[in-house]
Ligand binder design. Structure first.
Ligand SMILES: Nc1nc2c(ncn2[C@@H]2O[C@H](COP(=O)(O)OP(=O)(O)OP(=O)(O)O)[C@@H](O)[C@H]2O)c(=O)[nH]1
Ligand SMILES: [Mg+2]
Length: 355
């Protein structure tokens, strides 16, 4: 039996939707917890809540959306179960619909949980993005949005939890590296190239394909095994450590869930990132074009001035890569690139390498 814990509205709704074969614990403001006006109060003023999280099982799944005020109680609650294997499922909200306070709460929680996860305090953190999931659901209305979203999330975890505890027909369960604790799920079938990624994870380092194959395909599809192996080979070429398991399904159609792993911190997915450097969404910093060629010369973002810094050395290399000679590259840089700065505000600063 798996223990499922839901905190806040999203967490509780999701946990309630699971089948009754699980132990379900829901915690929300105004029922299990008092209702506070400030999120800090959930971190500081909670008393007498220990009884909420009493269970013997040594593993649990904790569902929460960090935009809710009550999510600020997460760390207090997680402290109570620090000796358990905790898998956190982070519901990433639709940023565009959040108030400034909620947006801030979400950003802080998202980062704090990732740091907790990376340091091993949480066994894993699964990312589920409301917006990504909505985009793959048909027939969404304002009225049924969360019902459908939650159904999709519940489906994924009912299956993942089930299959991770089953003995596969072929393959061995993936043993991720100890650092690969940040995760998301992809869903797909074998016939079409349609993939549904539940969060746009950056820098996947490992993948575990859980293939759920129909009886008919088990017996008659001669291509399937090489198709499955092919995926692993392709991943390996991209330096992604992958493996697969096969289960026989009772469904008529075959499909797979892929658990994608990484140890890289995820930044907000709508954040602007140039050459690994993060800029605020409302930045006015000028970027040199063509960016596909020149982005790799960005070395720093100056927050105070809201401008980018470019390495001159790398820029010269980029121009050469584009077909100029070394002299032409310098001429171009001095006469075009640098001088444009006389007319344009928030133009980059150029950093010369000192030997
Ligand atoms: N997937 C999913 N997301 C939800 C659901 N309900 C809310 N959310 C998301 O979670 C965010 C926060 O939810 P709220 O209901 O505002 O907050 P809460 O978790 O109850 O916390 P409080 O602010 O203390 O009420 C919302 O902005 C939504 O993006 C749900 O049923 N399913
Ligand atoms: Mg609420």
């Amino acid at each position: 039996m798996s223990v499922l814990i839901g905190l806040g509205k999203a967490g509780c709704e999701i946990v309630k939707g699971f089948s009754d074969s699980h132990k379900k614990i829901t915690i929300d403001a105004g029922s299990e917890l008092p209702e506070f006006t400030s999120p800090e109060d959930y971190d500081q003023k909670l008393t007498n809540y220990r009884h909420l999280l009493e269970f013997d099982e040594d593993e649990c799944f904790f569902f929460v959306c960090g935009a809710g005020k009550v999510s600020a109680a997460s760390l207090r609650l997680l402290e109570l179960i620090h000796d358990k294997k905790v898998n956190l499922i982070y519901i990433y909200p639709e940023e565009i619909m959040l108030s400034p306070t909620q947006r801030k709460l979400n950003r802080v929680a998202f980062n704090v949980f990732q740091e907790y996860t990376r340091s091993g305090l949480l066994n894993s953190m699964y990312l589920m993005c409301n917006e990504s999931i909505t985009s793959m659901l048909p027939y969404i209305t304002i009225d049924n949005l969360y019902e459908h979203l939650n159904e999709a999330i519940i489906n994924v975890f009912e299956n993942i939890i089930f299959y991770l505890h089953q003995e596969p027909v072929m393959g061995a369960h993936h043993e991720p590296k100890d650092v690969s604790r940040i995760r998301t799920i992809e869903y797909g079938d074998f016939d079409s190239d349609k993939k549904k990624l539940y969060y746009p994870l950056d820098n996947t380092t490992e993948t575990c394909y859980i293939n759920i194959v129909s009886d008919d395909e088990m017996k008659n599809n001669k291509e399937l095994l090489s198709q499955l192996k092919q995926k692993i080979t392709e991943d390996n070429e991209k330096q992604i450590l992958s493996s697969f398991v096969v289960f026989k399904s009772d469904y008529e159609l075959s499909f797979y869930y892929a658990i994608r792993f990484t140890h890289f911190l995820q930044t907000r997915w709508s954040m602007i990132k140039i050459n690994g450097i993060i800029l605020p969404e409302n930045t006015g910093a000028i970027k040199l074009e063509p960016s596909s060629l020149l982005d790799k010369a960005v070395v720093k973002y100056d927050k105070e001035k809201d401008i980018l810094h470019y390495s001159v050395e790398v820029l010269i290399e980029c121009f050469q890569e584009d077909g100029m000679t070394y002299e032409e590259a310098w001429d171009w840089f001095s006469y075009n690139t640098v001088r444009t700065g006389d007319y344009v505000k928030q133009y980059p600063e150029f950093i010369y390498e000192e030997d």
